[in-house]
Design a protein around this ligand. Structure first.
Ligand code: PHE
Length: 334
């Protein structure tokens, strides 16, 4: 009985230990052989019980050896030429969304809630879609508003200076009612500084239907600034764009509560966030939409500037330097 307890409690780490254990109990000169030899000396009255106990010990020892060998075998199988394949993996570092992506998704989300679709177009454009169709014929002085990168070999091919080009393409291929926004990267031949870069990102919007008015535009902008900034007090300042008439710059009232507000708004409380206006009838006609039947509004904003604003990022260049220490800070929506 004592031996059975010992056998059941036995554990072994190495194969040598298991083998030693096997020999001790089950070997030719092992404990069991001795007990079986002793059987003939046991008085007949006790023989039966003695025999049963010895058999139980034999079974326990046999099972123990088998069990130990099985676990030793499987832990051996884990050690392959690649190392231990059952070890848990190294934790993968989770990436985070780029601030431009976060802001772009928020803007798309806000406009999709009121029925705007998302449209995209090429970054390498032709003159017609970037300028001429938008009421900016060749030699029009307003072309200077957007300093352009041209392809050296072909002055007709350029890097788009705004995503208004996408809206031209959209109008050429869709009938009103049209409600779409075009997010995308744009390029301008500008000196790089903390405030401006030679490429940046825009979201432009276009709404065309029968009877669309400036009041519709203003209401949509108010809805948008409330949803994005939590501020719905806006101001429309008369401005000029060749493709809209009338045109306006949109300022949002940021307030003057903190010193940062004061600095950001140069003491006025107002921040310019986008341009907008009623689509010029010439543009509609250029794109195959009858300007006598339809009217519409358009607006355009820079995602980068808005990201700088929402996250209080001091320099636009940080957005394209891919410094991990900077990027890692953006985990969720602003
Ligand atoms: N396309 C203009 C720009 O890039 C923005 C704009 C879009 C203005 C639509 C008015 C209407 O500056």
């Amino acid at each position: 009985q004592q031996h059975i307890k010992e056998v059941e409690a036995f554990t072994a780490k190495t194969e040598a230990e298991i083998e030693e254990f096997r020999i001790k109990y089950l070997g030719k000169k092992g404990v069991l052989t001795t007990f079986f030899a002793e059987l003939k000396n046991v008085p007949p009255a006790e023989k039966k019980e003695f025999g049963q106990t010895v058999n139980a010990l034999k079974q326990a020892a046999t099972e123990k050896v088998a069990a130990l060998k099985a676990t030793a075998g499987s832990s051996k199988a884990r050690q392959t030429q690649y190392g231990d394949l059952t070890r848990p993996g190294e934790p993968l570092p989770l990436g985070s969304a780029h601030p431009i992506s976060i802001v772009r998704s928020r803007i798309i989300d806000i406009f999709s809630r009121i029925g705007f679709t998302v449209s995209e177009g090429p970054e390498i454009e032709d003159d017609w879609h970037n300028f001429t169709a938008l009421n900016l014929p060749e030699y029009h002085p307003a072309r200077d508003m957007q300093d352009t990168f041209f392809l050296q070999t072909d002055p007709d091919i350029l890097l788009r200076t705004h995503t208004s080009s996408v809206q031209v393409r959209y109008m050429e291929n869709h009938k009103p009612p049209i409600r779409t926004i075009s997010p995308g990267r744009v390029y301008r031949n500008e000196a790089i500084s903390a405030r401006s870069h030679c490429f940046f990102h825009q979201v432009e919007g276009l709404y065309i239907d029968k009877g669309v008015s400036f009041a519709d535009l203003k209401q949509t902008l108010q809805y948008f600034t409330q949803a994005l900034f939590g501020k719905s007090r806006i101001r429309l300042r008369p401005s000029y764009f060749p493709f809209t008439e009338p045109s306006a710059e949109v300022d949002v009232y940021w307030g003057l509560e903190t010193e940062t507000d004061y600095k950001m708004t140069k003491g006025t409380g107002w921040l310019e966030i986008m341009g907008c206006g009623m689509v010029d009838p010439n543009v509609l006609d250029n794109c195959g939409i009858d300007s006598k039947t339809y009217s519409g509004y358009a607006f355009g904003m820079g995602i980068d500037r808005i990201a700088l604003l929402l996250y209080q990022i001091p320099d636009i260049r940080l957005l394209s330097e891919n410094d991990m220490r900077f990027l890692k800070q953006f985990k969720s929506a602003p």
